[in-house]
Write a protein that binds this ligand. Structure first.
Ligand code: ACM
Ligand code: ZN
Length: 540
């Protein structure tokens, strides 16, 4: 027995040494197919990146790694449009690669070759290369290491086309630079959608030229609730606010595009509208006055479905659509109490005139009206699952947040769905023991629970499952005062969401993911990204 133990120890030591010499491979998300072939490619000052074709988008696909190599290794890698036979990373577009986001990466001792259908696929191959290089690649100062990549063959493509995270900048304002970092982290994990929650009761965060009071008044609140809502509420007596100018928004959209990320802007209606109503109280049922909310929760004053409101919202959406190229415009739709509508003469008359049976049907009328407008601009609406109540608008996509039920129902009705159930991917919920964690909104979603999420519900037929476009994690910021805390809540759960969205279901393995993710932590450290370390002490 003793001999056997000694043998096992020696064996595991030699495996450990071998894998060290071979260089550890810890990719998140894990590629669809990977075969390690032995040996390594070394980047040096003579290595070239060959782009075929040499276009601005192809240059975008490689620019992050070129910058990191210069910063961390003082390697100045040139891009060329010739086809070197050795010491090069040769990138080619090839229409035979079936998935538009997929890529093939072949690392041999003297040449790295990459093929993809689109520059986006090349970009993802470079994100993989970045994780294959020594971790010092992420450090902002010169490292004296060999820039080696293990020889291997990867064939990779995402499982889902929609892989994203949301960020709420209303409950707590985050700067443009914060948003850039959020985008960096998405791109690093091969996510391709950033849902930007821009309007809510506690703050309106996007400049709208036609309605300056939205930001003059709506972007600032006098105070914020301390802790959770309770009988003895206390506020911090500290004004809070901020907003993004249209110039800021253009820069963020351009930054996201360079990272092959589409931003889905959200303008909330008819509920979560207090900040807008504080600026323009005439858009409510009662006429106000209102103040920008300093409490967290759901509030009764919502947009009144009258002509001035529709004109206002259409003007706002016109400016938003001009700023954001996204196919989808998120119109909110969640948590809209109907009490004001029940007591509003206009609302009640409109319901009679339109033959609407109840206020849910009035909300459906509201959303359909807005959908018609958004469609007239060549875009589509996406909304929280409450937009199912009273009847879905004809082309609406549903974001299922109250569990998966709304998503299942929408898919059965033939509508597209993004799964974002609070039972798995609400990354504002606690991720470890609430006794030792910073105050959070509640819930309990440790990394393993988030990782266990499967976006295709067995309740749907394979045909209906095709409507599930993918998944998204949501980061609401009532209890997240700054960006450092936002990063802490978002990762590593964001990495789990990325792997669910990208990797084949058959490759999912929590123990393996956890080990790869822990290995990435020193890379996050190199980039100065904050994250939660609870899994280092998690009990099995
Ligand atoms: C939501 O969490 N209210 C969409
Ligand atoms: Zn009304």
């Amino acid at each position: 027995m003793k001999k056997f133990i000694l043998f096992s120890i020696l064996l595991s030591m030699s495996i450990a040494t071998f894998s060290q010499a071979k260089q550890e491979i810890n990719l998140v998300p894990i590629p669809a197919k990977i075969q390690v072939t032995g040996g390594q490619f070394t980047l040096d000052a003579n290595t070239k990146i060959a782009l075929s074709p040499d276009t601005p988008e192809m240059r975008q696909a490689v620019e992050t790694l070129v910058r990191l190599l210069r910063r961390a290794g003082d390697l100045r890698i040139e891009t060329v449009d010739s086809q070197p036979a050795s010491n090069a990373i040769v990138c080619k577009l090839n229409s035979a690669v079936s998935n538009p986001e997929g890529y093939k990466l072949s690392v041999r001792k003297n040449l790295i070759s990459i093929e993809a259908k689109t520059p986006q696929g090349i970009f993802y191959a470079f994100q993989t290369l970045r994780q294959l290089l020594p971790f010092q690649i992420e450090r902002p100062y010169l490292s004296n290491v060999a820039w080696t990549v293990p020889c291997l063959e990867i064939e990779d493509a995402p499982r889902f086309g929609y892989r994203g995270l949301m960020l709420d900048v209303c409950r707590h304002f985050m700067t443009k630079e914060d948003v850039f970092r959020y985008i960096d982290m998405l791109a690093y994990h091969k996510m391709n959608r950033f849902h930007w929650h821009l309007t809510d009761d506690q703050g309106w965060r996007i400049e709208i030229k036609k309605y300056p009071k939205l930001t003059q008044i709506g972007a600032y609140r006098s105070s914020s609730l301390i802790g959770r809502p309770s009988r003895n509420k206390q506020w911090d007596n500290t004004p809070h606010g901020g907003f993004f100018t249209q110039e800021d928004v253009k820069q963020v959209v351009a930054y996201a595009a360079r990272n092959f990320i589409t931003i889905i802007p959200e303008i909330e209606m008819p509920g979560h509208a207090t900040a807008a109503l504080a600026a323009y109280p005439e858009l409510s049922c009662s006429g106000g006055p209102f103040e920008v909310e300093r409490n967290w929760g759901v509030f009764p004053d919502i947009f009144c479905p009258k002509e001035t409101t529709f004109n206002f919202l259409q003007d706002v959406l016109s400016e938003v659509i001009d700023l954001f190229p996204s196919e989808y415009i998120h119109i909110g739709g969640d948590e809209a109490p109907k009490t004001r509508w029940q007591n509003c003469a206009h609302c009640q008359a409109l319901m009679k005139q339109e033959n609407l049976k109840n206020e849910h049907e009035l909300q459906s009328y509201f959303i359909k009206h807005i959908e018609k407008f958004v469609e007239s601009k060549g875009r589509h609406i996406i909304g929280w699952d409450e937009i199912l109540e009273g009847g879905l608008a004809p082309n609406a996509t549903v974001m299922s947040w109250r569990g998966e039920a709304g998503g299942i129902e929408a898919a059965k009705q033939g509508h597209d769905v993004v799964m974002a159930p609070n039972s798995y991917v609400y990354i504002d919920y606690y991720q470890a023991n609430p006794k030792t964690e910073p105050l959070a909104i509640g819930g309990f979603l440790p990394l393993w629970k988030t990782y266990s999420y499967e976006p295709l519900p067995p309740a749907l037929t394979p045909e209906q499952q095709k409507h599930i476009l993918g998944l998204q994690g949501n980061l609401w910021t009532e209890y997240i005062p700054d960006f450092k805390q936002a990063q802490y809540m978002a990762y590593p759960r964001g990495a789990a969401i990325a792997e669910i969205g990208w990797s084949p279901a058959a490759k999912k393995n929590y123990a393996d993911f956890k080990q790869r993710e822990i290995a990435l932590f020193k890379r996050y450290d190199g980039m100065g990204w904050n994250y939660c370390k609870a899994i280092l002490t998690e009990e099995e």
